[in-house]
Structure formats: C-alpha cells, structure tokens
Design a protein around this ligand. Structure first.
Ligand code: GLY
Ligand code: MN
Ligand code: MN
Length: 437
C-alpha cells in the first residue's frame, strides 16, 4: 500500500468506528521559543497518524457516512504564499495537499470557522480532543452555538460532544506493518547510537560529550531529533530517574546510565543501557547489573500474546525481590518483599509502557478494570532497574549504583520480537565493545 492509501485507510477505519458524526482534529500549534525563533515544529501525533501532513496551522475534518451520503476527509491548511515560502520554505497549499494526501477536499485555514458552521449542521455528534485545549473547546462550542441559533431554519446542531481520542488511541495502540517498519529502523539507529556512545566513553569526559555521540548518530542517520531528552547519567546521577542535566564528569569506577532513543518519521525508540565508564564492571556493579538483566529477561519472556499487560512487571519484580534479598537491600521472603512493597525503595517505577509515535504512547492499559491482554501488533518497552541511594542500612559497596536496562518489544501472533537487540547488553558484550577502543 502506498503511504497515501495507508492514511486514507486509517481515516476510513476511524470514521466507521465513529458511527456517524463529524470529527475535528487540529494539528499542534507552533511554539515560540523567544524573539523570532520557534521550537522545532512537531505535528500532533494523531493528526499525523491520520493525514501524513506535517505543516502547522492545519486541521483535519472527518465526516462519517450517513444514509446515502459518503464519508468525507477535509483538510484546512495554509495557503500557498511565495513571499512566506522565500523565508520559511515550501508549503503545499490546499490544492496540492488535496491531491497529494488523497483528501476529498482542502480549504485555506482562514475558512475553517465559516466552513465548520456549515459542516456541523445536522450532524448527530461532534468528536474532537475534548478538554485537551481550552481555546479549541471554546471555539468549537461557539461554532456549535452559531449552528444552534439557526434552529428556525430547520438546521440542528450536534447533540453529542465526544472525545475522539478514545477511538484514535485504540487504533494507534496496534501498529501496522508500515509503522513497524519505521519503528525497526528507529530502533536500529538508536542501537548504533548506543554502540557509538560505548565506544567513545572514557574517564574524564563530561556527560554531554557522550550525549553528543548519541545525537551525532541520530542526526547522521536521518533522525534529527531524539524522541525525548537523552538521559546521560554517571555515578550517583543514575539514581535520579529523570536526570537530564548531563553536565557532570565521568569518573573511573563509575557506571554510566544512558536512556536515549531517536524519533524517526514520527516514531519513537526508547533504549537504556548501563555500563562502566572504564569498560570493566566492578564486583558490586556486576552483581546488581546481573540481577536487573535477569529481571529483564524474565519480563521479556512474559511479554507474550494472551498474557496480561501486568505479566512482564510481575515477572521482573520476582527476580528483583530475590536479588534485593541476596544483596541485603531487602529482608525476608520474596513473597514478603512483594507484599510489603519494600522493593519500591530501590525499584520505584513500572517495567514498561506502550511505545509508538509518542515515547509514552497512547492506549489504555486496562479494559473493564482488568489489565488488558497483550496482542499482536502492540509495542511496549521492558525496562526494569535498580537505584540504590546511600543509607545506613544499605551495604556501602552498593551506594550510588543505578542500573536500568530497556528494550523495545513488538508483540507478535506467536511471541515477541525485541527490536533493540543490536545495543550490547550482556556484561561480556559490553566489555568486548569497550575493549576495542
Ligand atoms: N525514556 C523514557 C522512559 O524510559 O520511559
Ligand atoms: Mn521507556
Ligand atoms: Mn527510556
């Protein structure tokens, strides 16, 4: 299927799930950084998922089929403007956008309110990202009120307001072949970046110098942006879960935790590796590392179709609990540690999340109060860890050790596919890669 057909098919599927009505899906706004500069533009993920169109100031309107009237996909976008294109670059304009993106119609964005007032008439329901942005709430309610004021002409305004995100998110949770192809490529670039970082790590460098190796590999491979701010955390910094300062010196004898992944064509990758700054794991570091690695293997083995979303987390917890007892971080039995949640002092996050266009991707984790079963086409991360802060009751040789190991896993019909295996992970592999530089 061509890319254009893929987006059209997604729109058709969404409209058939709406069961009638009109959907308004705005793209993200550009964000000013400071005088005359903007943050790099990033389309709204759901807008991009349904359109493939990547310009700001655009809105997608979908009208589900009703009776004899066929469904319609309509784009509102910026007009061609040669003056602006000299300064800012190419823009499609409605005519070319309509042809290129296989839409039924396209209009200048300036006509949105006027056209919507017509299009909302006699639609049973208005779907949009309800409550996501108060300016859009206000605007659409105002347009609906305008339609209501025409009641005497026999035109009805939509009775029902519904959040379109519930429907789109459920579609986005299941990745199609086109998406998996991009995600595998994003994962491969991020694996190369982690290998490059490992080869270029040594005592005396600063964390940001290793970050530069990651960004270099992303950008040279066509993935200009990271999917999230890279975490490059040496020594005690690895115990700060969302550390992003990345400005400390790497010391001989420290571990370095790197959580970094590129975004490629709108899709995230998300990999964590932890390795010694000097290329050799010390005894206590190796002991903690092996426990986390074993927990990760158990969690990946539990990431199977038909297993619950919770199964990988529970599998990791049992291994971590036993490991924490062996290390004298926790006391008692595995069941006791799990019951009391004493492990949470050293492992305080969950073992993964959905992965897709957003690094923490959309999709419900529970259905009818139950953890949902894993299914073919879902993509998740598996990322157990252990973070040990200094304390009187903690063996001193374990102080400030922070380890996380994170891979990206596709659930298949018969098992799973780990798409980030090319980033070295075993003690031997890591020491081997680092020895060669
Ligand atoms: N990099 C964000 C996360 O691992 O969830
Ligand atoms: Mn993650
Ligand atoms: Mn991560």
């Amino acid at each position: 299927m061509t890319d254009t057909r893929i987006y059209a098919e997604r729109r058709d599927r969404l409209m058939s799930r709406m069961g009638g009505g009109i959907a308004v899906i705005p793209n993200a706004a550009e964000k000013s950084r400071n005088g005359d500069t903007h943050y790099a533009y990033r389309s709204d993920s759901s807008f991009l998922y349904l359109s493939g169109f990547n310009e700001p100031e655009s809105v997608l309107v979908l009208i589900a089929a009703q009776g004899d009237t066929a469904s319609q996909s309509i784009l509102f976008c910026r007009e061609k403007n040669l003056e602006r294109e000299i300064w800012d670059g190419f823009r499609y304009g409605p005519d070319a956008a309509k042809e290129t993106f296989a839409l039924d119609a396209a209009y200048p964005i300036a006509q949105l309110d006027e056209k919507l007032t017509e299009l909302l008439g006699n639609q049973p329901a208005l779907f949009y990202p309800l409550g996501a942005d108060s300016a859009w709430d206000e605007r659409l309610l105002r347009l609906r009120a305008t339609v209501q004021s025409k009641a005497r002409s026999g035109i009805r305004a939509p009775d029902e307001l519904r959040d379109i995100r519930a429907l789109i998110n459920e579609m986005r949770l299941f990745k199609d072949a086109h998406e998996l192809d991009i995600m595998r490529r994003a994962a491969a670039i991020s694996c190369a970046a982690h290998r490059r970082a490992m080869r270029n790590t040594r005592p005396g460098l600063f964390e940001y110098q290793v970050e530069a190796e990651l960004l270099h590999e992303f950008c040279r491979s066509g993935a200009r942006d990271p999917a999230y701010t890279s975490i490059v955390a040496a020594g005690a910094n690895a115990c700060v879960l969302h550390y992003v300062a990345n400005d400390a010196k790497l010391h001989d004898g420290d571990l370095l935790l790197i959580d970094a992944g590129c975004e490629l064509q709108g899709y995230a990758s998300d990999i964590t590796r932890t390795y010694p700054v000097n290329g050799r794991f010390l005894g206590a570091q190796k002991a903690v590392y092996q426990i986390v690695l074993e927990a990760q293997a158990a969690a990946i083995a539990a990431a199977q179709p038909g297993y619950s979303w919770e199964a990988p987390h529970q599998a990791a917890l049992r291994i971590l609990a036993q490991g924490f007892i062996d290390l004298k971080l926790c006391h008692g039995t595995v069941d006791g540690v799990l019951e009391s949640e004493s492990y949470k002092r050293f492992y305080m996050h969950r073992t993964g999340h959905w992965l897709g266009m957003d690094v923490h991707d959309v999709g419900e984790y529970k259905c009818s109060e139950q953890w949902r079963p894993l299914q073919d086409g879902m993509v998740l991360t598996v990322e157990p860890g252990c973070y040990i802060r200094p304390a009187d009751d903690v063996p001193v040789e374990l102080w400030n050790i922070g380890v996380r190991i994170e891979d990206d896993v596709v659930i298949t019909a018969t098992g799973n596919e780990v798409i980030t295996l090319q980033a070295p992970k075993s003690v031997n592999e890591i020491e081997e890669v680092m020895r060669h530089e």
